[in-house]
Design a binder for this molecule. Structure first.
Ligand code: HEM
Length: 334
C-alpha cells in the first residue's frame, strides 16, 4: 500500500490527539470473538467514534451496473454468475479510514476500496471486497490486532524505537508493505483493486484451484502526486465518478490470479509474483451512481465470505475474521 506509511503517521497523530495512544500491555486474546471485538474497538480508537458509519472505509459511493462473464470463466468455476447471462452488480467505491468526512485528496484515504455484490437470478448474491493495495500488512488476525495496537500505542513524541517501530522491526513483511507507496488515483475508475485473500475455485468437473481476484480498469491506471491531490476539492473522487458516468459506462476486467505450487494461500502478506497465470472472469460495466447512494450504503453490508457454490474459502485465517469484524461494523451502523 503505497501511502500506508502516511496513513500510519496519520493514525499516530489521531491516537495522540485522542489520547487513545496509551495502551497497557495485555495478553493477546485467543477467542476469535474477542479478537474481532478488539479489532473493532481499535478501529474506533484510531479513527474516532462515528455512529452510523463503517468502522473503516466509512466514506463511499454506491453505483449500479452489470457483470458479463467471459467464456474462459467456466473453466475455473461453476459459480452461477461466471457463466451464462449478465447479472446486476452493486459496486461501492470507498476511501480508507473510518473517518466519514476524510477529503478524497488526503493521502490517508489510500488504499481505495471497491466492493462488489453480484445479484443472481435465483435471488442469492455473492460479494468481492477488494482494495487498491496489493497485499495486506498482517498474515493472521492476532498479528493484525498487534499491528493496530502498535499504531495506537505510538505518539509523535514516543521515544524511539516506539511501539510501531518495534512492531515493524519484528515483522519484515509488514515493514515492506507499509513502505510501499500508494498514490491517489485520478478517478475510482482508473485504479486497480486486489482481493488479497485467496479463494478456492471449483469447476464443473470438481477441479480445484486457488486464486486471488484482481480488478483492472479498462480506462488504464492513472494517479496523481501529493501536491496535486492536496489541491483537489474534498469530494473530488465522488464527484468525478458522477461526471464520468454521465459520459458513459465505467468498465473493469475481473480476473483471477492463480497460485503456483508453493505460493501461500493462507498469508496475504505474501504477494504472488506478476508472472503467475491469470484467468479472465468477465467484464464489470458500471452505468450510474445510485440516486439513493447514502441510504443504500448504510443498509448494505458486504462480506468477503458471502460465497456461492463454485467459490469456497481458502484456509486464510483472515477471511472468517474479516467476516466477524464486518458484521460488528454493520450491526453498529444499523
Ligand atoms: C482482518 C482484516 C480486515 C479487517 C478486520 C477489516 C475490517 C473491515 C471493516 C470492519 C469494514 C467495514 C465493513 C462494513 O461495515 O460493512 C471493512 C470494509 C472494507 N474492507 Fe476490510 N478488513 C480487513 C481486511 C481487508 C482486506 C484484505 C481488504 C481488501 C482486500 C479489505 C477491504 C475493505 C473494503 C473495500 C471495505 C469497504 C466495504 C464496503 O464498501 O462496504 N479489508 N473492513
Amino acid at each position: 500500500m503505497r501511502h500506508f506509511a502516511r496513513f500510519i503517521v496519520f493514525a499516530i497523530i489521531l491516537a495522540f490527539s485522542s489520547q487513545a495512544g496509551i495502551v497497557r500491555a495485555a495478553a493477546a486474546p485467543t477467542n476469535p470473538d474477542e479478537v474481532a471485538q478488539q479489532i473493532a474497538n481499535t478501529f474506533v480508537q484510531l479513527f474516532g467514534d462515528h455512529p452510523g458509519y463503517r468502522l473503516t472505509h466509512a466514506k463511499g459511493i454506491v453505483c449500479n451496473g452489470k457483470f458479463t462473464p467471459a467464456a474462459s470463466a467456466a473453466a475455473i468455476s461453476k459459480a452461477a454468475h461466471l457463466h451464462g447471462e449478465p447479472v446486476s452488480v452493486v459496486v461501492r467505491f470507498s476511501d480508507s479510514t473510518g473517518i466519514p468526512v476524510i477529503p478524497d485528496g488526503d493521502p490517508h484515504a489510500n488504499p481505495r476500496g471497491m466492493a462488489i455484490r453480484f445479484t443472481l437470478p435465483d435471488g442469492n448474491s455473492t460479494d468481492i471486497v477488494a482494495n487498491s493495495a496489493n497485499g495486506f500488512p498482517a498474515p493472521t488476525p492476532i498479528e493484525f490486532l498487534g499491528f493496530l495496537k502498535a499504531l495506537n500505542a505510538t505518539h509523535p513524541d514516543s521515544p524511539h524505537p516506539n511501539a510501531f517501530e518495534q512492531y515493524l522491526g519484528a515483522h519484515p513483511d509488514t515493514a515492506k508493505f507499509v513502505t510501499t507507496p500508494t498514490p491517489t488515483p485520478t478517478s475510482f475508475g482508473t485504479e486497480k483493486y486486489f482481493g488479497n485473500n485467496a479463494f478456492k475455485f471449483v469447476n464443473q468437473d470438481g477441479k480445484e484451484q486457488f486464486g486471488r481476484y484482481q480488478i483492472i480498469p479498462v480506462a488504464g491506471e492513472s494517479h496523481m502526486d501529493d501536491a496535486t491531490s492536496a489541491k483537489q476539492p474534498p469530494n473530488f473522487l465522488m464527484d468525478e465518478m458522477k461526471d464520468r458516468l454521465s459520459k458513459g459506462p465505467v468498465e473493469f476486467r475481473l480476473i483471477v490470479q492463480l497460485a503456483a505450487a508453493g505460493d501461500s494461500t493462507t498469508d496475504a502478506t505474501k504477494v504472488w509474483p506478476d508472472d503467475r497465470s491469470t484467468v479472465e472472469l468477465g467484464a464489470i460495466s458500471i452505468t450510474r451512481v445510485d440516486p439513493k447512494s447514502d441510504d443504500v450504503q448504510r443498509a448494505l453490508a458486504f462480506d468477503p465470505t458471502n460465497l456461492i457454490e463454485g467459490i469456497e474459502l481458502s484456509d486464510d485465517p483472515m477471511l472468517p475474521m474479516r467476516s466477524s469484524v464486518y458484521a460488528l461494523s454493520a450491526k453498529r451502523r444499523h
